[in-house]
Design a protein around this ligand. Structure first.
Ligand SMILES: Nc1nc2c(c(=O)[nH]1)N[C@H]1C(S)=C(S)[C@@H](COP(=O)(O)O)O[C@H]1N2
Ligand SMILES: [Mo]
Length: 334
């Protein structure tokens, strides 16, 4: 296992997996995406800039339009859904182009800036979804049918990757608790297990057999029932782009980002704590619970601060990602 860990670079901070200097400022990021305006070479000294440069204003509108045209699947009614004011503090949102072009989705690639280029073959409609295990009313239905049954709303959440980058994004979705009301967990159900699609012909990252595919994640049932735990179908007022986990993913904002599993095909209630992909690989680094805590460092790098992916600002990490009012009761401290 140690061997695999070294080979795949699990335990490396983001700046070693993806050179931090590559994203040293916005101009450089956009240039890598093919949108840049400045000369391509000569990035010397950029890494030293603490404040990212603001790009030319003209660049913004066409960019946003291009994204909207490319990524909002046609024929999806309802978007944007109303924003729930209870989950939408006045935070400044991360610019959409960052949230949709800097992704972790290892089924495609471990290169965060390339995921969006590799999703063409990934088929997300139709999307058969199974909800079963220890429930009274198991369900098999399409992701769109499920979304149509649910009260969709928008919520702005902070999101924090264990690699120490962070973003603030508006998700569209519904509380997982609403789905639990429909399937009715049996008394023995104590955990919930999520599983991502596994189709090597549609995503090149599956070829890397160092990872125990399919990607799985899990929560305690009380965590799953917490009102914060969201089943997301959209982001930035549009259906989820494939690279963000279309057509349906889980968002657990007080836990490290890897718990927020993408492109879910199966949800199962269990009486035993399910294995997760990351815990299987390195349990001492990525334990099942994985709550965000600046004072617990299981990685080789510090978790005390985080870098906002658009501005580059470094800010202090908060216990439970700032969601203590919602979740601290789940974790009584001695
Ligand atoms: N199926 C699947 N889900 C996944 C991942 C993945 O590689 N595969 N990466 C996780 C990690 S490490 C993070 S930080 C978030 C990133 O979500 P985003 O790309 O929408 O920001 O997705 C999580 N969910
Ligand atoms: Mo992550």
């Amino acid at each position: 296992m140690a061997n695999i860990i070294r080979r795949a670079g699990w335990n490396l901070p983001e700046r070693r997996v993806t050179p931090e200097s590559v994203y040293a400022n916005r101009r450089d990021f956009l240039r890598r995406l093919g949108f840049g305006t400045m000369g391509a070479l000569g990035g010397i000294g950029l890494a030293g800039c603490s404040k990212p440069e603001v790009p030319p204003q003209e660049a913004k509108a066409p960019l946003t339009n291009a994204l909207a045209a490319a990524e909002a699947p046609p024929g999806k009614p309802g978007y944007p859904y109303p924003r729930n004011p209870g989950f939408s503090p006045g935070w400044k949102l991360t610019e959409e182009i960052y949230a949709t072009h800097y992704n972790n989705f290892y089924e495609f690639t471990t290169a965060k800036d390339r995921v969006h280029k590799l999703v063409d073959k990934f088929v997300t409609t139709p999307w058969p979804l199974e909800i079963g295990g220890l429930v009274e009313n198991p369900m098999k239905l399409d992701a769109e049918e499920l979304a149509a049954m649910m009260p969709l709303e928008e919520r702005v959440y902070r999101f924090r990757c264990v690699e120490a980058w962070a973003m603030i994004v508006p998700w569209t979705g519904f509380p997982l608790a609403k789905l639990m009301e429909k399937v009715v967990p049996k008394a023995e159900a104590k955990f919930i297990r999520f599983q991502t699609f596994h189709r090597p012909s549609q995503a090149p990252g599956f070829a890397d057999l160092a990872y125990p595919w399919p990607y799985t994640e899990g929560l305690r049932l009380d965590e799953a029932m917490n009102p914060l735990t969201l089943v997301a179908t959209g982001i930035y007022g549009k259906p989820l782009p494939k690279q963000n986990g279309a057509p349906i993913r889980i968002v657990v904002p007080w836990k490290y980002g890897y718990k927020s599993i993408k492109s879910v095909v199966k949800i199962e209630l269990t009486d035993k704590q399910p294995a997760t992909l990351w815990e299987t690989i390195a349990p001492e680094v990525y334990p099942f619970e994985s709550n965000i805590d600046p004072n617990v460092q299981l990685t080789n790098w510090s978790q005390k601060t985080e870098r906002l992916i658009d501005t580059g600002d470094r800010v202090k990490t908060l216990l439970y990602n700032g969601y203590g009012d919602f979740v601290s009761k789940l974790y009584p401290r001695a």
